[in-house]
Design a protein. Structure first.
Length: 190
């Protein structure tokens, strides 16, 4: 059975390149939109065997053009430190991160495994606390929904920019390359 593919925007799936690999839904940008769209789909349609998040991401520590598997998710814009919680920790929750190990059949891709920091801001400069491995705007929320529904979750990201001052121009220019690169990786699964 093909996975349920979850992406933020149609522009990240240039010419529908990724449609052949499963049912594709678009959530819109940000954690709230991602949560609403995936929850709606999971409660209204047949339950998938796996949710596959595909898309673009920035990175301070990974080269542009790399494809990575995100296996741990942190909400980088959750700041309740004034209440005594750690940066990234949702108040009154025990952990900061969500772990989502790759299923064995996905490990064969031998992609670098990364920590994905998600937040509702387009990152253009260093964070005051976290050193970003990979940064996006939806991954944490999608991982949390899958955790609540007890569904396997895989997140593959194409690094489009350095999450720096050039990100706003690098990101749109890299989307076609991202679609093609992700399709090539998924083609290795068949």
């Amino acid at each position: 059975m093909k996975p349920l593919i979850v992406m933020a925007l149609p522009m990240e799936n240039v010419d529908g390149t990724l449609n052949a690999f499963g049912e594709v839904i678009y959530t819109g940008v940000g954690k709230v939109n991602a949560t609403m769209a995936l929850t709606r789909r999971l409660t209204q349609g047949p339950s998938p065997e796996l949710v596959l998040n595909l898309g673009s991401a920035g990175a301070h520590q990974r080269p542009t053009g790399a494809i990575v598997a995100c296996t741990q998710f942190i909400e980088h814009d959750m700041d309740a430190t004034a209440l005594g919680f750690g940066w990234g920790q949702t108040p009154f929750e025990d952990t900061i991160e969500i772990d989502s190990p790759l299923p064995p059949e996905w490990q064969q891709l031998n992609l670098p495994e990364t920590v994905c920091h998600s937040g509702d801001c387009f990152v253009t400069e260093p964070h005051p606390f976290f050193e970003f491995d990979v940064v996006d705007m939806e991954g944490y929320a999608l991982a949390k929904v899958c955790q609540a529904f007890n569904l396997p979750f895989v997140s593959l990201k194409f690094i489009t920019d350095g999450a720096d001052g050039q990100a706003s121009t690098d990101w749109p220019e890299a989307l076609a390359q991202a679609s093609q690169g992700l399709a090539a990786v998924l083609g290795r699964m068949n």
